[in-house]
Design a protein around this ligand. Structure first.
Ligand code: HEM
Ligand code: HEM
Length: 193
């Protein structure tokens, strides 16, 4: 499997970014929601610090992913109706926006509360804006509801991927899976390389 994407499938760098970021976003979102299960205030502080550090790492990976997507090619779409192609493009666009905004909104929320921000206790990061108690609940809401919205968009995204895999039996999911073996082309697809 090559590092770059080719005509038939996503390259290993694009696959790595897709799956590590998917895991990072979903895992860290769940972690954020379960934070209140902490047994003590100290444990909650430690969990929060971990949540923020993981979130910042995801943000860095997302920025690298966007740069790579720009430099790498995209495999041509599998044959599908135009409305499906447009729906997929729109969903992907919204997902890209959400995975940038989610960690950024966390950083913004943290800045509004005036709390310090460290990356895995290694170095400090600056606040994005000044402390502002009036914006606190709003910023918290934005951060949380962006995650719920992402889950909603994911229903369409994952539903679409599974529909292609199970009903259309094409390569849309296979070509994004880490060790996915591509299905041989049907004769109707011609002999595209
Ligand atoms: C992968 C990116 C991230 C995701 C998916 C995510 C998601 C969430 C979710 C779902 C919550 C729970 C909201 C609630 O029920 O109160 C939360 C809480 C929180 N997040 Fe994030 N977050 C991410 C990154 C960040 C970053 C980068 C920061 C800060 C720099 C941050 C700061 C916070 C804070 C301060 C809370 C409040 C916890 C509490 O007081 O209970 N998050 N996050
Ligand atoms: C937080 C979770 C996820 C996010 C943020 C996400 C985001 C994205 C984005 C932005 C793309 C477009 C790639 C591009 O054109 O540059 C993409 C492609 C894709 N995703 Fe996800 N994804 C997530 C989870 C999943 C899951 C769970 C599945 C499968 C069940 C999946 C299956 C796919 C497939 C098959 C493609 C390739 C589509 C194609 O080749 O046209 N994704 N994803």
């Amino acid at each position: 499997m090559s590092l770059r994407s080719n005509d038939r499938q996503w390259g290993s760098v694009a696959k790595f970014f897709h799956w590590v970021i998917a895991l990072g976003i979903l895992g860290n979102g769940l972690f954020g929601l379960l934070m209140d299960l902490a047994h003590s205030p100290m444990q909650k502080i430690n969990w929060l610090a971990l949540h923020k550090s993981i979130g910042l790492t995801v943000l860095a990976l997302v920025l690298l992913r966007i740069a790579w997507r720009w430099a790498d090619r995209r495999p041509p779409d599998e044959p599908m109706p135009r409305w499906q192609r447009l729906a997929a493009q729109a969903t992907h666009g919204v997902l890209y926006v959400l995975i940038v905004l989610l960690p950024l909104s966390g950083w913004w929320f943290n800045s509004v509360t005036g709390k310090p921000l460290q990356w895995f206790k290694q170095f400090n990061l600056p606040a994005l804006v000044a402390k502002n108690d009036e914006l606190r609940d709003f910023a918290h809401g934005v951060h949380e509801y962006l995650f719920w919205f992402l889950l909603l968009v994911l229903v369409a995204h994952v539903g679409g991927a599974l529909k292609h895999h199970v009903f259309d039996n094409d390569n849309v999911l296979r070509r994004m899976l880490p060790f996915g073996r591509l299905r041989a082309r049907s004769p109707s697809e011609g002999d595209r390389p």
